[in-house]
Design a protein around this ligand. Structure first.
Ligand code: PLP
Length: 359
């Protein structure tokens, strides 16, 4: 990133020829993102400040574009707050937002989703992987239904991007968003990708320019951020298989030790359909505040970062049937390639000791 903040500090929105080098590099990064997603159309990638901006940018335009077809939108109660906020705005504008319930494991039932599809359903938005529990939704099945019914399918793939292989064509996703910091890229940069061909078929909109409005964003590109995102993706792809093995081992070791040594602790969410870096544990009736606030030296969360200061308990856990009390005693632990076995040992010992002292 550093050269793009020093000797290559050109503004890609300018006309001078020195900019060509930057434009070419951004094009290569777009191609890398597309190759990872098994896509080809370079024009269909837009860099943003992250998944929140991607959602804010595309969902209202999609809704407006499809207004003549209907106003019914299907989503899940466990979506990220960024999505729920946009849905609330659309609801105030007269769109009919229906939330598909999830089961105790946090999973959407695709057949239930199919049953809820109406003639005026214009959009399905279901995230790939939940940021609080790590639960992976049956995206391929939902994509199939969306294709069959010709309904646009948006998926927030932020938690899976860079961590799992994503073959977007096979998954049947039409629009997706992601953030670089989820795969060790810089914070404040991310993207939005739309699959023009399938969108065109589903919406009946032939003009590519009109569909590209979905990802049109004015303003100067965050060049260094985009380069950093690309580098992080390059490394993530290279290391993906070994990361999956190592991080699964760390997460499982931690989870087993806590489950075997703490009383009244359980895992929130499906343990079968779950990404390898996350565990969400409920310590029923226990005060978890000192842990969340970092006083034990372990950096964890009890919800999404954007909700960190909210007084409310996790909307994700409540949608899965947990009481406020249960949700408020739950902690999300996530692990990365930078964690070690020793850290996992140390963190689990500290947590076990803390809860034993509480009695
Ligand atoms: N969606 C999901 C699933 C996330 O995990 C996050 C971030 O935690 C976001 C959206 C928002 O991303 P950002 O804060 O980078 O805009």
């Amino acid at each position: 990133m550093i050269p793009y903040m020093s000797e290559l500090y050109y503004n890609p929105s300018s006309r001078y020829l020195q900019v060509n080098e930057i434009t070419k590099k951004i094009g290569l990064e777009k191609a890398r993102t597309l190759e990872y997603l098994n896509l080809v159309d370079e024009k269909s990638v837009c860099y943003t400040s992250g998944a929140t901006e991607s959602i804010n940018l595309s969902i209202p335009v999609l809704a407006e574009m499809l207004k003549e077809k209907g106003s019914h939108i299907l989503t899940a109660a466990t979506e990220h707050k960024a999505m729920l906020d946009v849905m609330e705005i659309l609801s105030k504008q007269g769109y009919d937002i229906e939330f598909i319930p999830v089961d105790a494991g946090g999973l959407v039932d695709p057949l239930e989703l199919e049953r809820k599809i109406r003639k005026d359903t214009i959009l399905i938005s279901i995230m790939y992987c939940n940021n609080e529990t790590g639960v992976i939704q049956p995206i391929e099945k939902i994509g199939e239904i969306a294709k069959d019914k010709q309904i646009v399918f948006f998926s927030d793939v932020t938690q899976a991007f860079g961590k799992l292989s994503l073959n977007v064509a096979e998954l049947g996703i039409d629009v997706l968003c992601f953030s670089a910091h989820k795969f060790h890229g810089p914070k404040g940069v991310g993207g939005l990708v739309c699959i023009i061909d399938s969108l065109s078929k589903k919406t009946g909109i032939q003009k590519k320019e009109r569909l590209l409005q979905l990802i049109s964003k004015a303003g100067t590109a965050n060049v260094a951020g985009i380069i950093g995102l690309g580098k992080a993706l390059e490394v993530s792809i290279l290391e993906m298989d070994s990361n999956i093995g190592q991080i699964t081992m760390l997460r499982d070791k931690f989870e087993d030790k806590i489950l075997n040594n703490c009383l009244n602790v359980s895992v929130n969410g499906s343990t079968e359909k779950r990404i390898y870096n996350t565990t969400n544990l409920s310590f029923k009736g226990k005060d978890i505040e000192p842990i969340i606030d970092g006083y034990l030296g372990i950096l964890v969360s009890n919800g999404s970062a954007c909700n960190a200061f909210s007084e409310k308990s996790s909307h994700v856990l409540r949608a899965m049937g947990l009481s406020d009390e249960e949700a408020n005693s739950s902690i999300r632990f996530s692990f990365s390639k930078y964690n070690t076995s020793e850290e996992v040992e140390k963190a689990s010992d500290i947590i076990i000791k803390y809860f034993r002292n509480l009695g």
